[in-house]
Design a binder for this molecule. Sequence first.
Ligand code: MN
Ligand code: MN
Length: 461
Amino acid sequence: MSELKDKLFYKQKHVHDVLDEAERELSEAYCAKYMDYLQKARTERLAAREAIALAEKYGFHEFDRNAPLKAGDKIYRCVQGKLLLLAVMGTDSLEKGVNLCAAHIDSPRLDLKQIPLYEDHELAYFKTHYYGGIRKYQWVTIPLELHGVVALADGRTVDVNIGADPADPIFYVSDLLPHLAAKQSEQPLGKAIPGEKLNIIMGSCPLKGEEGDDRVKLGVMKLLNEKYGITEEDFLSAEIEAVPAYPVREAGLDRSLIAGYGQDDRVCAFAELQAIYETENPARTAVCILADKEEIGSVGVSGMMSEAFECFMGDLCDKQGVKLTHCFENSLCVSADVTNAFDPTWPEVSEVRNNSKLNYGVAIAKFTGRGGKSGSNDASAETMGRIRRIFAEANVAWQYAELGKVDEGGGGTVACYMGNRNIATVDAGTPVLSMHSPYEITAKYDCYMTYKAMKAVYASK
Ligand code: MN
Ligand code: MN
């Protein structure tokens, strides 16, 4: 009877049970590299910059559309410092299509407003406007660091980086003490911390020798001026992000988990990167996309809906006299984005048979969306079959993923924008606990299997 069950039933396995000792070590070694990347990739710009630095070590160079391009070449293009496209040219014509993996490198956070600095009751603050789907109550009373750029009126750009170095100060948003939070505590969770109260404390000491109003604000502005050469007007042309100042750490006594900010979706971004770095002379051209703006709808020049993607792929196709539409028609894309790991503490939001679980491998999703698959790519049965085959041939441990119960909520990825381009697309990524929180959790085995999955896609025929 059990033999018949083995034959006929679909059974998912813990990755630990399918790996031998040698491969468990490979998984550990991969995760050490990933954790190092995640620690540096605090923002989309830093994620792109670190990816380029590593890519150049692996022999990638910036793509020049006027230079010759041949099989085996490793190239990249970075758009606005925030959308990164890498390719390893295959021996096949681009007319036969390419193998794409598309992740995003932007994560939910607090952005500074364009006129951010003010003083209130002798405390200096930055006003913020949150970016992406945050749970606002999670962003108070945690250490924050600041990263970004200021574009000066003379055309120069200055990098801002304060708080990541342990010798730096950190920044902070206050919350009420429980003694005085009776009214706030009666509010629904989503309303207890209004967006306009996410103000970051920047200082409390008046500038020496100053009298009157705004002495603390002036002290802060003077420090910024000394460090970066900026004045208050320069904030108008700045992008400065406050992100959690938490180090990437192993989690759990058995060290099987990774805690870190921004794993949605840098965990898949790094899997794609490590996979394409190691891709040599593929048959089909391999293309790695690290997109920006996914968390606010994939819009803008650096988002996945942007023509910047057509521009890059069109440049490659022009080199071979191939029509871009024909290349797309024959391409395969894995939209590599995270999904919710089943949380045994909150089982009521998931349908356990279809929800992904920690340590069960890279999670394939046929569809995402909400309220009846709305807004989802909904991969065809044939594309699902193709990805199963690719993963099976490469010994990739995979599982199935549905983001929560029907009618419980939902989410989206870049998959629909790739599908809209007539590219066969399927979602596959790493399960995450506490997604979009300041400190997200993944399982090492799943991170490793996501990397193996991306490698298999790049190598597929
Ligand atoms: Mn995501
Ligand atoms: Mn997200």
